[in-house]
Design a protein around this ligand. Structure first.
Ligand code: MN
Length: 323
């Protein structure tokens, strides 16, 4: 891994004839937004650019973004590329494609990310953990490439800033983040349209899953922590795919006086734990202790055990901090 500056990355991208782009597992608005914005910018330069995704289902919440039809499931393509560009993730274990295959099929690899982690990918790396969203880094990168940031690029980038700051409610919603968001609006992004498309679009399936999660809520540690869970059968019962990009964890966050909220979702051979903090409590440290990662206020990890045991472990771990 070699740390570099954005100017060098802009140069390397401009010299590429083809670029494969990807983000992290369970892609969010920042991951999709930054990958898409880079794709649109590179296409404008006549560079072959394809953003890859693990499953098209995961793209669905952001399918309203213009250009989202450029995304391809990585299994469907074995092309060779000059460059592999990885956005919004710097850890091999969190990359949402077959990293090995893409690295083999690419001459060089570039990572741009804002997570406060050590990059373990063999690449040219640019990281800025003071950026609220990777979309802010990408916004600057596209300017350095010399591409006019049009409405579609602005929408994709605004979507990333909006979602990674929790609608400008998290601690990372700094004046700098809002300044970038303001620039994106100036370039054509429309705040209420994007907010509606991202947040006021819940399906009945998601509401049903929410109600199941709420009914199983366990509040502990003097009402400071809460945990709930969804079994794989719950998804089947409401007719949803387990990789539905739900926002249940954010809903649980609305509970007053909560410090830490955990949602456990059962997967085929593991359980995925999403963890959120409302105060100063650093949930990334908890996630890292389980081999996961994320930000201070929003992180995740995987436990290879039953839901019941994962729930027990989570409660035991958090209770230690709140006695
Ligand atoms: Mn992000």
């Amino acid at each position: 891994m070699q740390i570099t500056d954005l100017k060098t990355i802009a140069q390397q991208l401009k010299e590429s004839k083809s670029v494969a782009i990807c983000g992290h597992l369970n892609p969010d608005g920042d991951c999709i937004g930054s990958s898409l914005a880079m794709c649109l910018a590179l296409l404008k330069l006549g560079i072959k650019a394809i953003p890859f995704i693990q499953s098209e289902n995961a793209l669905e919440p952001f399918a309203f973004l213009k250009g989202s039809t450029n995304f391809i499931e990585y299994k469907k393509c074995n092309d060779k590329f000059d460059t592999l560009l990885i956005c919004d993730v710097a850890q091999q274990s969190r990359v949402g494609i077959s990293l090995e295959r893409f690295q083999k099929n690419s001459n060089k690899c570039i990572v741009v990310d804002h997570h406060p982690v050590d990059c373990d990918i063999d690449c040219l790396y640019y990281g800025d953990s003071s950026a609220a969203a990777t979309c802010m880094i990408v916004w600057d990168l596209i300017e350095l490439i010399g591409v006019n940031r049009d409405k579609d690029i602005a929408c994709a980038c605004y979507c990333g800033v909006l979602t990674d700051t929790g609608r400008f409610q998290y601690q990372n919603a700094s004046s700098r983040a809002l300044l970038y968001a303001s620039q994106m609006l100036e370039h054509g992004a429309v705040a209420d349209e994007i907010a509606k498309a991202v947040y006021q679009r819940k399906s009945i399936k998601e509401f049903k899953l929410e109600s199941i999660a709420i009914s199983r809520l366990k509040i502990f540690a003097n009402n400071k922590c809460a945990v709930s869970y969804l079994n794989i059968n719950d998804y089947a019962d409401v007719g949803a795919s387990p990789d539905i990009n739900d926002s249940i964890i954010d809903y649980l966050r609305d509970l007053a006086d909560m410090e830490v909220i955990v949602l456990i979702r059962q997967r085929q051979n593991s359980v995925r734990c999403s963890i959120r903090s409302k105060g100063d409590f650093n949930v990334a440290a908890i996630a890292e202790s389980f081999g996961g990662g994320g930000h201070k206020a929003a992180a995740g990890f995987t436990i290879y055990d039953t839901v019941e045991n994962a729930r027990k472990i989570v409660i035991e771990t958090l209770e230690k901090y709140f006695v």
